[in-house]
Write a protein that binds this ligand. Structure first.
Ligand code: SAM
Length: 351
């Protein structure tokens, strides 16, 4: 005779398969909780390590209600962190409204989303406060030099340094502190900026994060020699003052965190080339034309928008997302023999 179950056990049994089915996990057991949403692949900068000097091709952009519907389905599957990116997300006219609507979504356990934005900062001075008011939680500003001349050489836009600096300060003032500042280091181009960035972190109270250059550019300029590896960055920082490691904020954190012996300043190093973190990757990406990418270095996209365009229900969208997540690659193969560049460059993926 079967044992008589308590009401709690029955409830748990009824809900267990649902719970299991609710959250996204790939075949390697990695929980997928972070979605990078590219809201446009247009950009007002032409950074030398990312783009050619030309305007280039542009992919389609989903409408606001299409993004919101897809975001709602992703969130119902356990996505808890959304990062809006591009292209340059601040070029999108309805961005503040998008953030306001996304901030209304709740995870299956009833929590608010963690909504972050990555921007080049060019338009940030005017938009920082409206974005904060709309519900933006965190911001990362890309800034690849701490002096105006080097900066303009990288972005290929005169006057860009002053604008980005104003944007960083406006974001701090709007309550988006601590602002993270991302710098991609290229040997022979801006690797002389490491010490200046350390000073910048200490004086401006921002978290500076150095990112190793990855082969994701439009022009084919990447070589292993151009990458400034984590080991070298740490050595250089150590010449300023003794460097002290900080604990990670989360298991899936991509940056190794450091401060100095006086506790002033914070430097992160993101080292996908010399110290890959694929084993605890929690991310997937949606491109501005509605394709899912399971890895920056994927050789193919998965057309989620196509499912929606053909009239797919939320359940069909969710089933498609699950199937795609299951195909997430184990890791990237940067620097290995036979490495193939991804099918899209960074600006068309969403970094
Ligand atoms: N326009 C926004 C910005 O500038 O932050 C968002 C998009 S941008 C593609 C996102 C980030 O990717 C930036 O911090 C940029 O420096 C970084 N990035 C672009 N190409 C890269 C590459 N080949 N390797 C490493 N990081 C790269």
């Amino acid at each position: 005779m079967p044992a008589v179950s308590s009401p709690e056990a029955v409830a748990s049994a009824v809900h267990a398969p649902l719970r299991e089915a609710t959250f996204l996990q790939d075949k390697f057991g990695r929980a997928i909780t972070d979605l990078r949403l590219s809201v446009t692949d247009r950009c007002n900068y032409k950074c030398v390590y990312c783009r050619t000097g030309n305007d280039g091709e542009q992919y389609a952009e989903l409408a606001l209600d299409e993004y919101l519907r897809l975001a709602r389905v992703f969130v119902s599957l356990g996505i808890a962190k959304l990062r809006l990116t591009g292209g340059e997300p601040l070029l999108r006219k309805d961005l503040v409204e998008m953030v306001r609507e996304l901030a209304k979504l709740r995870t299956p356990t009833g929590e608010k989303l963690d909504i972050a934005l990555t921007t080049n900062g060019h338009l940030l001075a005017e938009l920082a406060q409206p974005l904060k008011d709309a519900g933006l939680n965190r911001i990362t500003v890309s800034m690849d030099a701490c002096d105006a001349a080097t900066f303009a050489r990288i972005t290929r836009v005169p006057g860009s340094y002053e604008r980005v600096l104003a944007g960083v300060r406006a974001a701090q003032a709007a309550g988006l502190a601590p602002v993270k500042v991302n710098a991609v280091l290229l040997r022979g181009f801006n690797d002389d900026q490491i010490e200046r960035f350390a000073e910048f972190s200490r004086h401006e109270n921002v978290i500076v994060r150095f990112i190793e250059f990855m082969p994701l550019e439009e022009d084919r300029v990447w070589t292993p020699e151009i990458v400034v590896p984590m080991r070298e960055i740490l050595e250089r920082l150590g010449n300023i003052r003794p460097v002290v490691a900080l604990p990670p904020n989360a298991a899936s954190e991509t940056a190794r965190r450091y401060t100095f012996d006086d506790g002033i300043g914070e430097i992160g190093i993101i080292a996908p080339v010399s110290l890959p973190f694929c084993g605890h990757c929690s991310r997937i990406r949606l491109t501005s034309d509605g394709k899912i990418r399971t890895c920056l270095f994927s050789q193919m996209d998965h057309d989620l928008y196509g499912v929606m365009r053909r009239g797919g229900s939320d359940e069909e969208l969710a089933a498609f997302i699950r199937k795609v997540v299951d195909q997430k690659e184990a890791r990237h193969h940067i620097g290995e023999p036979g490495f193939q560049k991804p099918s899209r460059s960074m600006v068309h993926i969403g970094g």
